[in-house]
Design a protein around this ligand. Sequence first.
Ligand code: SF4
Length: 415
Amino acid sequence: MNVAPVSVAAEARPAARHRTVAVDVGGIVVGGGAPIVVQSMTNTDTADVASTVKQVAALARTGSELVRITVDRDEAARAVPYIRDALMVKGIEVPLVGDFHYIGHKLLTDHPACAEALAKYRINPGNVGFKDKRDKQFSTIVEIAAKYGKPVRIGANWGSLDQELLTRLMDENSKSDAPLEARAVTREALVQSALISAARAEEIGLGRDRIILSAKVSAVQDLIAVYRDLARRSDYALHLGLTEAGMGSKGIVASSAALGILLQEGIGDTIRYSLTPEPGGDRSLEVRAAQELLQTMGFRTFVPLVAACPGCGRTTSTVFQELARDIQHWITSSMPEWKTRYPGVENLNVAVMGCIVNGPGESKHADIGISLPGTGETPSAPVFIDGEKAMTLKGAGIADEFKTLVNDYIERRFG
Ligand code: SF4
């Protein structure tokens, strides 16, 4: 059999980023080739200043670079500047995005301190107003954005699509010689809703550098199709997110599938995971999931990665799972301090492997890795540093000794 002397795999990198116009959101640049921004949204009542400040602070400390809050009534709008001020007192300057539906024009008009305190306004063109009122109410929000120098996100959504536009497109489609399926027409309505509204915002006087678009759908394939189309038809900065992604692993998997494919194609300037938390659950999960997607795909680095094998019948004790979990928790909890003391530490790669089959090999690829003994293997754990076997750990203190070695490595390389 003839085998080529060198087998070259296809390029292992994403497509070039789709060119978009950069938008400054309170000092965070979205689009224009800037690093892909992680954002999140609170689920507290915005009128409850203390709870909202606490959650925004937790999201920001986890790494959310923009945080969106609901502004649904006068009490919420009134609370916004107090929330911004309380965050500043805590040293948290994360830009706040106001999420407006139905009465955004009125809330922004009646509460100028809210309009000023927010770094961006999110408008849903499907519910900014209906019939004659729609254009006027949309114009009011855009004029206020222009007056305060704020960007807007025009966020169309499958669940609240502009019904007049959809009806018109459905009628036109039914008269066509080759009508499309209803779902394709709905996708087109979503894209048009975003693009028409953006064009209108520009006519009113908002620069292209103040407009971000999104067109969220809850089905993965529809979302991919819609964003490919948006990217093909415009150069507005794009906010990606699968709407109503769901709970737990389903929400994370569906969002990662959709966003991962689009990012790989160079589409997307900021992302959000719309995860439903367990009752009382940790809202920050959506931030960590977004960071992990960007990091595992090689777009950005946030925290040191721990590579761990899944374990199998060769790891019958829980020592390996416990060490992998301990190391991950220890790294996560140490990061706030490490980030200031060890610049670049987020690039660290650690491997915790379960047995001799892949353990030494995978550990050699990491900056520092340990290969624990599998069932029936000699009870010793070789440690590899920068690809070389450095020592072998034995006995009950393996976990603590390995943490000390990781600490020493960080001190040496990033200190
Ligand atoms: S490295 Fe060993 S323990 Fe881990 S999955 Fe592979 S064979 Fe199983």
